[in-house]
Design a protein. Structure first.
Length: 357
């Protein structure tokens, strides 16, 4: 691990040799299975992170602006966690600092000295760049940046009272089994008072969802293809991006977007770093991302499985996106009479967006 300290900031990097071995394993396994698949976390080299930021500004990409609207409206209520007592504001998959700003800009500046912001991202550029910008703009805030993979480095979250935020629908990039495992591991890091604020993109009309992943400017296509560029660099492979095309569609049975790269021809790719070759038939695809869309019912079922429950549900006027505040369940035996009585008394699930604080 490399650590460095500058004023109110520390940045630690946990993406060491083990991580290089993990990329190699993931790509070898992903290209050996049928159908082929590569985990979406490998989109995010420097160029991938920049392309994602451009996606967030596209007219078709409704999730970012919808979620930002909710964060703006509900910031004071969400951040009241830090009103009287200090704590950690941990953001996993933090990306750019645009969303966390919505929370920090709308609170009493006096609360800032109660907050230690802990961004954790696989992209070093995001963690370091975000930390610099936030420190310049928010006096009193301190930052503990962690360059790491949240699927295997959650134990690097510092101890203490905390609110974990997991924004942007990244939770939807996991299959139900992977997502449940991640939620359970997040729950295991939480104490009784801690909160997890999770973003969920909700099921809506298919054309609206599909347009968000098939923008007219072709930025999502460039983002998708860039995963091959990243693998070429990391594993000395010779993927030719011109031989693949972007293919994204809504799968109604699974209620999710699937993003693929489809071979335009029949060819073989050499991956020198893995000492392997991968054969592609014309029209064969590599699945590069899924993006699960949720209903309240499906989301509650996921939370229950992980021993978590919603204590507040924030949404927009159209119910397109949700930000859910989760706490650990008070009672171990879910479904018991005591648990039912307690949740009836305390659960808050407004049907529509509450008035701005
Ligand atoms: C879809 S983007 C969302 C970014 C930001 N949270 C937002 O809402 O706009 C996913 C972010 O999570 C990061 N990421 C993806 N998988 C990760 C992993 N396994 N560990 C750490 N960061 C990851 C990416 O680098 C990227 O910044």
């Amino acid at each position: 691990m490399n650590g460095r300290s500058v004023n109110r900031v520390t940045v630690s990097n946990y993406l060491n040799d083990d991580f290089s071995a993990r990329i190699a394993d993931d790509v070898r396994r992903g290209l050996s299975r049928t159908p082929k698949a590569i985990p979406s976390k490998y989109f995010y080299d420097s160029r991938g992170s920049r392309l994602f930021d451009r996606i967030c500004e596209l007219p078709e990409y409704y999730p970012t602006r919808t979620e930002i609207g909710i964060l703006r409206d509900r910031a004071r209520s969400i951040m009241s966690f830090f009103e009287k007592r200090p704590g950690l504001l941990v953001e996993i998959g933090s990306g750019s600092d645009v969303k966390i700003r919505q929370l920090l800009e709308r609170i009493d500046p006096a609360w800032l000295r109660h907050i230690r912001y802990v961004p954790m991202d696989i992209s070093a550029d995001c963690v370091i760049g975000g930390a610099r910008r936030l420190l310049a703009d928010f006096q009193g805030l301190s930052v503990e940046g962690i360059i790491a993979d949240f699927t295997c480095h959650l134990e690097q979250i510092p101890p203490g009272r905390k609110m974990i935020v997991f924004l942007g629908g990244t939770f939807g990039n996991f299959t139900p089994a992977e997502g449940n495992d991640l939620l359970m591991r997040l729950a295991a890091t939480m104490g009784a008072e801690d909160r997890l604020l999770i973003g969920l993109d909700m099921v809506k009309d298919r054309p609206i969802i599909e347009a968000a992943y098939n923008d007219r400017a072709g930025v999502t296509a460039a983002f998708n293809l860039n995963i091959l560029n990243h693998i070429n660099q990391r594993l000395d492979a010779n993927f030719d991006m011109n031989l693949f095309e972007h293919h994204a569609f809504f799968n109604p049975n699974e209620e999710r977007i699937e993003m693929h790269l489809r071979a335009r021809d029949t060819f073989t790719v050499q991956i020198a770093g893995l000492a392997m070759a991968s054969f592609f038939r014309r029209n064969e695809t590599i699945r590069t991302e899924i993006s699960q869309k949720f209903s309240r019912q499906s989301a509650h079922a996921r939370f229950r499985k992980a021993g978590l429950e919603a204590v507040a549900w924030h949404t927009d006027a159209q119910d397109w996106f949700s930000l859910v505040e989760l706490a650990k369940k008070r009672f171990a035996h879910v479904g018991s009479a005591a648990h039912a009585a307690w949740t009836q008394k305390t659960s808050v699930y407004p049907e529509k967006r509450e008035a701005p604080a």
